[in-house]
Write a new protein. Structure first.
Length: 536
């Protein structure tokens, strides 16, 4: 397609249908949709949302794994004029309720039974009043599941629960003209999504981005990666993350690639699907590729169509890049760097870069985006010297939802986003990240923020102080370790504390070990010296 930067996401759906037509747009089990059929499903979903009262500026939350309904619901909600609010599938009830409350979502689309989890029941069990939430829509709902979330069993304010098909059927009375008018009213500068990202202050912040930013950033991203019409894209990265949503199915719409959702990374299922669906694009964290390379029966699968790989979010072994090229059929392997606050992307390696460059750097800035490394006084440091990475351009978020103070702390008066990440830039403009954002660590590709986890653990009976750090783990890259000081006269049982945490927070946040200590190492101002904890 020609230049897309003036389009909104609803207009992108229609443009993709017009341009790519009968080509396969989405494959999920028995569901196979062409780009034309996908646009039809999106319009039907938009009618359902309009019938549910969704208007321009509303928020529709989605709490579900990768599945075709996620794609159609997101695009349908955006066509009706709403911004989507993705929820992490690993969230517990209180975590989800907090985001629903603060985003003022009027509709929640979710599932029941993913990894044994009853999302509506978890939400109901919190007892939290959600005054804006009027509808819960359940994908693939069974009669028994719907009875569980019927009127009166959801959050106290809930007025209506229904299945996905019921939502779509309810939209049959909405005219085509009404949906066309709703879609036409959406402007490039309207919010396309509010994605909540945990912050070092311990409370998730809602990152606001627009249709224009999203489309322009991933038109550039797909151009660098080389995604093209006819590619078949297995999306293992979760849709609730920019990597699965924007670098995932929206990028497929931009370039005419086939969306193939995968709900959970299971190496055997990924290999089988890659072979059966002739997958050419397979991004993911390093653990994905390392698992494939280590699989004893890898040669039993025809992986000859694999062509494009995009990785990041953790330390990358140079040898892994070499093996991906030598033992698999990847011809393009790139790494990148970005934050939710930068619409998911700031810099990327390029297709012809050497394995050492791909593994050890996060590339150079994408077109029309500036990246610098500065010192504590805000002055740019010389090439090769470490400092804080800052970025400026069209991709920088509109701000944090209802949090002007945090927004001003993140984006300075000159428009530079202060990432909090430490690194340095070489003479070619390629950035090397040397330190993580504050004390953040990455568990299997998910950002874990110690302050948020510490705040939650302080509610455990008998705890006086707690400090959390990330420690190396062969499988997950890093996992959390908690150092706990009990209150006088109290005791803390590590295994009991871990079990307690598993009931209250997403699994990737739960510390894998708890160490009971008499004191924490501190500096003169009382700040915990986490580097000393890491040294232990």
């Amino acid at each position: 397609m020609s230049d897309l930067t003036a389009l909104t996401i609803p207009a992108l759906v229609e443009a993709a249908a017009a341009h790519f037509g009968d080509a396969e747009a989405l494959v999920d089990g028995d569901v196979r949709l062409s780009f034309t059929e996908l646009a039809t499903e999106v319009r039907a979903a938009a009618k359902g949302f309009v019938a549910a009262g969704v208007i321009r500026g509303d928020r529709v939350a989605i709490w579900a794994p990768n599945m075709w309904e996620w794609v159609v619901a997101a695009l349908g909600a955006q066509t009706a004029g709403a911004a989507i609010v993705p929820l992490n599938t690993r969230f517990k009830g209180h975590e989800a309720a907090d985001i629903l409350l603060r985003s003022r979502a009027t509709v929640l689309c979710c599932v029941n039974g993913f990894l044994g989890t009853d999302y509506p029941a978890m939400l109901a069990a919190t007892g939290i009043n959600l005054p804006d939430l009027s509808h819960i829509v359940q994908f693939r709902a069974t009669d028994s599941a719907m009875r569980k979330v019927g009127r009166g069993s959801g959050p106290p304010s809930l007025t209506h629960s229904q299945g996905w098909e019921e939502l779509v059927s309810a939209g049959a009375g909405v005219s085509d003209e009404a949906v066309e008018q709703a879609a036409a009213a959406v402007q490039p500068g309207d919010l396309s999504d509010i994605i909540f990202t945990s912050g070092t202050t311990g409370r998730p912040k809602g990152v606001m981005c627009t249709h224009h930013q999203t489309i322009k950033a991933f038109e550039a991203w797909t151009d660098v990666v080389g995604l093209t019409e006819g590619d078949r894209y297995l999306i293992v990265n979760p849709f609730f993350h920019t990597f699965g949503y924007k670098a995932g199915f929206l990028s497929c719409l931009i370039r005419g690639a086939t969306i193939i959702p995968e709900p959970v990374f299971d190496v055997d299922k990924v290999l089988a699907k890659a072979a059966a669906e002739r997958v050419s694009m397979l991004p993911g964290p390093p653990t994905l590729y390392l698992s494939i390379l280590a699989h004893p029966n890898r040669d039993n699968y025809d992986l000859s169509t694999l062509r494009l790989a995009v990785t990041g979010a953790a330390a990358i072994p140079v040898e892994m890049i070499r093996r991906m090229r030598d033992e698999l059929t990847f011809t393009t392997i790139v790494t990148g760097y970005g934050l939710t606050e930068s619409t998911g992307v700031i810099s990327m390696c390029r297709a012809g870069d050497d394995p050492e460059v791909i593994a050890l750097t996060s590339g150079r800035a994408i077109p029309a985006v500036e990246m610098r490394v500065i010192d504590d006084d805000g002055l740019e440091v010389p090439t090769g010297q470490p400092g804080e990475i800052v970025a400026r351009g069209y991709n920088i978020m509109q701000g944090y939802l209802d949090d002007p103070v945090a927004t001003a702390e993140a984006i300075d008066a000159d428009g530079w986003l202060h990432t909090g990440d430490i690194g340095w830039v070489d003479e070619a403009g390629y950035v090397r990240i040397t330190d993580r954002k504050k004390d953040m660590f990455i568990v299997g590709g998910f950002n874990a923020y110690p302050a948020e986890i510490e705040n939650a653990l302080l509610a455990y009976p008998g705890v006086a102080q707690v400090a959390v750090i990330g420690v190396p783990d062969d499988r997950m890259g890093e996992v959390g370790a908690a150092f706990v000081i009990p209150r006088p006269g109290e005791s803390v049982e590590p295994e009991a504390m871990i079990a307690w945490a598993r009931e209250r927070m997403a699994n990737y946040k739960v510390p894998r070990s708890v160490h009971v200590v008499d004191a924490l190492p501190m500096n003169a101002t009382g700040k915990v010296l986490k580097y000393e904890l890491r040294a232990r």
